[in-house]
Design a protein around this ligand. Sequence first.
Ligand code: GLU
Length: 334
Amino acid sequence: MCGIVGFTGHRQAAPVLLDGLSKLEYRGYDSAGLAVQQEDGTAMIVKAKGRLKVLADKTEQGATMPGTCGVGHTRWATHGEPSELNAHPHESDDGLVVGVHNGIIENYQELKQKLLRKGYTFYSGTDTEVAIKLVDYYYKKYAHTPVDAINHAMVRMRGSYALALMFKDYPEEIYAARKDSPMVIGIADGESYLASDVPAILKYTRNVYYIGNLELARLQKGKVTFFNLDGDEIQKDLVEIGWSADTCRTLQDMMANNVAKTYGQSQFGSLAVCAKSGTAEVGTGSPHAWFAGFLNDSEHPLAFVVLVENGGGGASTAGPIAAKVLQQAVENFD
Ligand code: GLU
């Protein structure tokens, strides 16, 4: 698992992206990268292996990447070793499409073969480069319309993904799509944000939309439009986040520590505060086992998702871990 942050607005994007990614560090990562749109629509991309601080130093805290629209990523490698080359963002050869991805494209080999036959070249070992180039393929095939291109790619891709994409021909816009990977979209006056998790953007806005499974979003400055897989526009309710970033942070730290202490760091995949709710559910989602639990008291109506990487034992491991962690969380708030 990893982290995604996106921003389009009137201030400089790179510092916002770095700040947001720093709030997602708890999810674990091995490399990081940023793409910021330049005046001609092309993206300036800077990546670094290792800590986020390496990327921040390399870009002088974002100052060397001017621009008001961009996406950032912390990567937890699943396909291809941790390296600068494999770090996200990835882009099409002509730079028309650039993006970051969270999750796993299970059928990436099959899609890669198809794209190789169409003349595409691949430079990284990632499934992500395949996803980006698949979107690029459909973008060129379907009259340069991002929503159609992403929809066609989504129909072809199996697995899990949160994708944040920028198109050279659509400056200052970010396109987001997701399936079985978390992503939230925030909105403020003249600004739009996206992130894997609320704490990354809570400093900037408390007004968020939860993008559903197999849905797309177009982020413009201060405006978000949602689409279903048919490309039809859909309406969503704006949710106001009532809890504070400090509360989130405390809970995340507490739960992360407890999982690591009780079950060993190796079994701890990542942890996210994801939504407000009053119900609870347990389930599995390939390839990660996961558990969602909810605290339902009026002071702290928070939801949690505990994700356990492959090797963690699937739902049979994820369930007890999450139950214990949730119990601990409840006790700490009694
Ligand atoms: N599967 C992608 C990769 O290995 C994304 C991993 C992630 O979620 O960080 O690059």
